[in-house]
Design a protein. Structure first.
Length: 438
């Protein structure tokens, strides 16, 4: 047996435990008549791992059947009744200050965390527990806006997920036309940037030799991509999405590819919002490409600017009114200069309290160590792009040798490192005080 097969067998035996739960449930009295609160307490008091597994399976199964009101009540119960016991914690801290023994330290650590963490951890013991908890958090996120007190429950989900989904557990896999249909269907479903309208459309993005797709998977969610990136191999840095997606594009011959273009990055699991995978993904994909295709010199994105029109609406009402109409595109050159000037304000004059860029995609790429390479006027003329970004697209460039330095500079000094072309654009508008860049 090969090493890969041996490891796969271990994973399958560890993860596919459905029969185990069934056999235990046949030998135990049903807890269907127990309340959710009773099951939670039973889980916390369970002495053996096997009984904790079964109780967790039963509780998670019941939670998944709750309607919206019942689910809200359950989350409120977790928030109100399984928090930190502040008075008891202070007593344990006092004991530790009096005697700094390992036992006292252990007690302080244990009691400084809410019981919810233990409950969620034990729910993960159930069949496909990780998948189901990710789905449960997705439901919780829908409730947070109107019920901010549940943020404490969400904080516990985030803490556990950041531990469970750290980079050491993630597996990078290449996705192509031979990938199982179950995964390919999810690529179609989760594509968030440029809609995949059909299986033919998907095939056109995966099968040609100038196309690559990579995704992160987690061993506990083997059939669920966490995030994926689609890459175009080109001989130049593209200015618009048509150059990338057109059926009539010229496919560069082997050995003439010089540029890897990350043109779509999609997070797949709403329940993992706030858990960052993209920085690990881009760096690993870039290194994988450079290993297989050493002739690739440039790693760039062709990225949307999804928040631009909303910002214009607030900051430049006259421009917004002029271009908030499909007809403006017919006379687009009349607006080019003002849109580009306004885009510089948008990227370099932060309206945020943390002074990071206004644009969410910019924060993602610049935070990963990329530089702002080029702003492309009418890089995407689709209805969606015109309504959200005035048609702008942006190239962010990843220089693998300076990623870490750029990352540190960005977070330490809020510096947006940009190319010579961006600096030239800034200088060309510097005379106009209204658009002067700080």
């Amino acid at each position: 047996m090969s090493k890969a097969s041996f490891l796969n067998d271990i994973l399958n035996n560890l993860l596919n435990r459905k029969n185990l739960f069934r056999s235990f449930s046949r030998s135990k009295d049903s807890n269907d008549n127990f309340s959710n609160e009773d099951l939670v307490n039973n889980i916390l008091n369970a002495k053996g791992e096997a009984s904790a597994n079964i109780l967790s399976e039963q509780l998670l199964g019941k939670i998944e059947k709750l309607n919206q009101t019942e689910l809200l009540n359950f989350f409120n119960y977790l928030a109100d009744h399984h928090d930190i016991d502040g008075e008891f914690l202070l007593e344990e801290i006092h004991k530790f200050n009096h005697k700094t023994s390992p036992e006292n330290l252990s007690s302080v650590i244990k009691n400084s965390e809410p019981k919810r963490l233990e409950i969620l951890s034990k729910l993960n013991l159930s069949y496909r527990g990780t998948n189901r908890l990710v789905s449960l958090r997705e439901k919780l996120l829908l409730l947070l806006k109107e019920h901010p007190n549940l943020k404490r429950v969400d904080n516990d989900f985030v803490k556990l997920f950041r531990s469970w989904f750290n980079s050491g557990f993630l597996v990078l896999k290449k996705i192509d036309w031979s990938t199982p249909a179950l995964i390919l269907e999810k690529v179609i479903e989760y594509e968030a940037v440029h809609e995949i309208k059909s299986w033919k459309d998907l095939r056109d993005r995966l099968e040609p030799k100038d196309r690559l797709c990579f995704s992160f998977f987690h061993p506990s969610m083997q059939d669920e991509p966490l995030i994926f990136v689609v890459v175009a191999l080109m001989d130049r840095v593209p200015e618009n999405i048509t150059e990338v997606l057109s059926d009539d594009r010229t496919i560069v011959s082997n050995g003439n590819e010089t540029t890897a273009v990350f043109y779509s990055i999609s997070n797949c699991q709403k329940g993992l919002k706030g858990i960052s995978f993209g920085n690990f993904l881009i760096k690993q994909v870039a290194n994988a490409i450079r290993t297989d295709l050493p002739n690739i010199k440039d790693f760039v994105t062709l990225s949307p600017v999804p928040d631009f029109m909303e910002w214009i609406k607030l900051e430049n009402t006259s421009l917004f009114q002029a271009i908030d109409d499909e007809l403006w595109i017919k006379n687009s050159n009349n607006y080019k200069e003002e849109i580009l000037k306004t885009s510089l304000d948008y990227f370099f004059k932060s309206s945020r309290s943390d002074r990071f860029p206004n644009d969410s995609v910019a924060r993602f790429h610049l935070g990963n160590g990329a530089i702002l390479e080029r702003i492309n006027f009418l890089g995407d003329e689709s209805d969606k792009a015109l309504k959200t970004a005035a048609g702008l697209m942006v190239n962010y460039k990843y220089n693998l040798e300076s990623i870490e330095q750029n990352h540190e500079e960005y977070y330490k000094n809020k510096t947006i490192i940009c190319s010579q072309s961006i600096n030239s654009l800034k200088r060309s508008f510097a005379q106009n005080k209204r658009f002067k860049i700080i």
